[in-house]
Design a protein around this ligand. Structure first.
Ligand SMILES: C[S@@+](CC[C@H](N)C(=O)[O-])C[C@H]1O[C@@H](n2cnc3c(N)ncnc32)[C@H](O)[C@@H]1O
Length: 199
């Protein structure tokens, strides 16, 4: 169920009314989904140096869960394209690096902000509602930024993996899903995608 503060929920709804496809949901992720994203990210980053990069941080529901799970604040970078949401994140989170920009430009954004090494990427981007060429660009950029064997954690409301099959095949991604979280609006599944490290 949604557990965001009223101000966050109101801002989220306002931005959804303005850009429904880019927001992908009417309300922020619920606590159980955010915790599942954080647990998958913690597992994915284990033993890997560098930053955890959160794509589409919105009002920071997943961010809060990442921090509560113990991800060090100095290793967390948030990417958010919406100016009002990026400003909200700056007001509410003083520790993580907050980068206002388009996730489709991820490698350039990271380089421009001095982030050379990425341990994991966690994304709440609404991949199902974005055009295929944008999804291709975003996912390719993510795996350009990640070293071999490192993971992208992504949730979806849909029944299929959130990264389309053709893209999974061309990037040789292996995907593993968790259980559906029914107590989220809408119910969601967390997926972890990896490209095996080169032998
Ligand atoms: C479903 S909301 C998730 C927000 C928050 N992480 C949560 O789980 O409640 C998707 C977020 O992705 C952002 N977004 C959409 N397209 C983006 C892009 N190309 N680059 C960066 N952020 C983007 C939207 O502005 C929105 O904040």
């Amino acid at each position: 169920m949604p557990t965001a503060e009223p101000a966050a929920t109101a801002l989220f709804l306002k931005r959804w009314l303005r850009r429904p496809l880019a927001m992908g949901a009417v309300v922020p992720s619920g606590r159980l989904l955010a915790e599942a994203m954080a647990a998958a990210t913690l597992a994915a980053m284990e033993g890997r140096p560098g930053h955890v990069v959160e794509l589409g941080a919105g009002t920071g529901q997943v961010t809060k869960a990442l921090l509560a799970a113990g991800i060090p604040v100095q290793r967390l970078a948030l990417i958010e394209r919406d100016h009002e949401l990026a400003a909200f994140l700056r007001r509410h989170f003083s520790g993580p690096q907050i980068i206002e920009g388009d996730a489709a430009r991820l490698p350039r954004l990271l380089a421009g902000h001095g982030i050379a090494e990425v341990a994991a990427v966690v994304s709440s981007l609404p991949l199902l509602s974005l055009p295929a060429e944008i999804v291709n660009g975003i996912v390719q950029g993510v795996f350009e930024a990640l070293p071999g064997g490192a993971a992208l954690v992504q949730f979806t409301y849909g029944p299929s993996p959130p990264v389309p099959r053709g893209l999974r095949e061309s990037l040789r991604l292996e995907g593993v899903s968790g259980r559906r979280i029914w107590r989220n609006v809408p119910p969601a599944v967390v997926w972890t995608f990896r490209r095996p490290a080169a032998a």
